[in-house]
Design a protein. Sequence first.
Lengths: 100, 386
Amino acid sequence: VKVISLEGALILDPKDTVATATVTLDAGKEIGYVVGGQERKITIIQDIPAGHKFALQDMHPGDNLYKYGEIIGKAFVEIRSGEHVHVHNVESLRGRGDLS
Amino acid sequence: MDKIKGYKRADGKIGIRNHMLVIPSVICAAHVAESIARNVPGAVFIANQYGCGQMGKDFEQTFRTLAGIGRNPNVGAVLVVGLGCELLRPEKLAHEIAESKKPVEMITIQNEGGTSAAIKKGTAIVERLTETLRLLHDESCPVSELILGLECGGSDSTSGLASNPAVGYATDLLIKAGGSAILTETPEMIGAEHILAKRAVNASVAEKLLSVVNAFEQKVFDEGCDIRGTQPCPGNMAGGITTIEEKSLGCAFKAGTNTIQDVIMYGEPVRAQGLTIMDAPGHDVQSMIGMLASGAQVVVFTTGRGNPCGTPIAPVVKVTGNRETYLNMKENTDVYVGDLIHSGSTLEDEGRKVYDTILRVCNGELTASEKFGHREFGIWRIATTI
């Protein structure tokens, strides 16, 4: 019920800072959507494989990422709006025995 | 209320399959047990690798699991095959299974005088027991007798978008009809436990849930490992899942929206009607076997990457929301729910599709894994072999 459908992608909660591509999205694609009554537009800046995520806003190292309205990890490098979001720029906050 | 065809067992429980099961109480008896089962059409065996060199809670867990698999209502009769000298006493296992009032017999290889004599004697017993099972007829039973095991394996981002929510809808339908379900794979609750704990029936169940999740995360800390690579695994990551938190949030949808009534140990019998959490690893085969030992008669298994696994005694209904996987591994898939992502169908449509398939399978329709003879078996070990 909270899911926002985009052309070729889904945002699973209005709080989310990432969207999930449901088909492969090509760099340069512009997608318009409405969240909380506000019209927004996102430009995909990297090819996004189907099922993978892209950033809905710029993020800085240490910023938490939200999907399903919940924290799914944090950025460890700068992430630009429309960029592919995955293991190369986001890390788990949990199960990190390597840090303890 | 929805009815299913089932086998009414002497202890009042309802089985949806009618298996003749051969259980080796120790790995040394596995070949003899397998040979006996191969000699009699319809008989199945479990590839137990343990039963000796174990101690404490780990030994108790292996015993509890084997006994629970034997007591499962999908099993109509049991032959326990022992070596004779093992820690896990075959006569004690047979006795524990016989508490479910089904026919149980036991032989040991040392007592029979070797492999060939044990196979001969065991085959004769299994032929006789199989004959008694053939005389049983399935009858109309309330769906409220069902315990549904919830599993996911080879998850990808479609799991959290389609297959797990669709299965969650089906789980809610079953519980509304008076049935029960088990959610497990404790490490795949890391990052979602705060949401699940809010659904606990009381503070003590919430606390127990948080404590089993914390215990798993502590094991990762104790190993000094980064959970990534194990959870999520390489296939999960290739499929778009980045972190364990993201995976867990998607996994939890399988359990629908119901109240969590209880938290049980691995293979411990289900006590509550409704939704129960069982403590188990994310290893698909080990967690499915634990749920069957706890009493589940049917498993629903969501996958994104594709998975062929079954179990020795219960059907596994495979559900995927990934269109490419569905086309690539159609023969291993029972339900496709990807229209939820691609064609704008509703959660209700796809959830009902899953629920209806579960009922058809309970009524005898074979699942993909049953047709292929997939009968994977594994027990969760929690201590070293000694």
